[in-house]
Design a protein around this ligand. Structure first.
Ligand SMILES: Nc1ncnc2c1ncn2[C@@H]1O[C@H](COP(=O)(O)OP(=O)(O)OP(=O)(O)O)[C@@H](O)[C@H]1O
Length: 255
């Protein structure tokens, strides 16, 4: 299987001479095409730092990150902006939908900017919205729909350009448990049927149990890796809980 994301010996330091924090400590891993990978770890373990570096929002102190074979740590700022637009999709905890646009317009935004024809946009939006169960709310504005629907719209917006990698940061963080479950099932479906490669940072063992593989980070290093394999989701969930307990808690929302 082709690798979509490859991190080689990543280090990240914050601060100056008087106080240096090593947020990421010689971290290496690879994500294959079509994987749904979770990143978990206690508070301060380096998850956000890691996500921001992969998202091209923050710089590495040393090491290399390859996305689709391209080294993003060597790119110039101008190249990075266009690379991010073409290759990455984002789903954030707080949705980030534009309130002045309908759900349909929000989902279609990147296609509209890239001058796709209205007919193609309509077809693509309808297809993905149907997949995510939000075709009924396309004409509504974000403030007229539920948190779960907003988050599924954000997923539709992230995947409509067929990015190489979708980065999700606590996507269920603002949702009640029913909406969280619907969202995770939708994300799993995108992963399986559209072969979307997804990297999701989460504190939540229930969310993480939908992943194929989980990297557990501690002090900026890989503490352990959990692989779902043939386990049922419930068995995987229990394994995640055991691992988080071993790490000293921080399982904030156990369902
Ligand atoms: N801008 C910054 N300046 C200095 N130190 C930072 C900065 N951002 C993060 N850190 C430090 O780097 C380490 C990793 O932080 P990071 O935010 O990546 O952890 P995290 O796992 O995402 O935590 P949480 O789960 O609480 O969001 C911590 O020790 C943190 O204090």
């Amino acid at each position: 299987m082709q690798s979509i994301l490859e991190l080689k010996n990543i280090e990240k330091y914050y601060g100056g001479k008087s106080s240096i924090t090593k947020a990421i400590d010689d971290l290496s891993f690879t994500v294959a095409e079509g994987e749904f990978i979770g990143v978990m770890g206690p508070s301060g373990s380096g998850k956000t730092t890691l996500l921001n570096m992969i998202a091209t929002i923050d710089h590495v102190s040393s090491g290399h990150i390859y996305i689709g074979g391209q080294d993003i740590t060597e790119m110039r700022p101008k190249e990075i902006a266009s690379f991010r637009r073409k290759n990455l999709g984002f789903v954030f905890q707080d949705f980030n939908l534009l309130d002045t646009l309908t759900v349909q317009e929000n989902i279609a935004l990147a296609l509209t900017i890239n001058r796709y024809s209205p007919k193609t946009i309509d077809e693509l939006v309808t297809k993905i919205a149907t997949k995510l169960g939000i075709e009924e709310i396309l004409k509504k504005y974000p403030y007229e729909v539920s948190g779960g629907q907003k988050q599924r719209a954000a997923c539709a917006r992230a995947i409509i350009t067929k990015p190489k990698l979708i980065l999700a940061d606590e996507p269920t963080g603002s949702l009640d448990s029913k909406s969280a479950q619907m969202l995770l099932e939708a994300i799993s479906d995108l992963n399986q049927t559209m072969k979307a490669t997804i990297l999701m940072v989460t504190h939540d063992a229930f969310s993480a149990s939908y992943c194929n593989r989980i990297l557990v980070i501690k002090d900026g290093k890989i503490f352990t890796e959990l692989i779902k394999g043939e386990l049922t989701r419930k068995q995987f969930f229990n394994q995640i809980l055991d691992t988080m307990a071993l790490l000293g808690g921080d399982v904030r929302s156990v369902r």
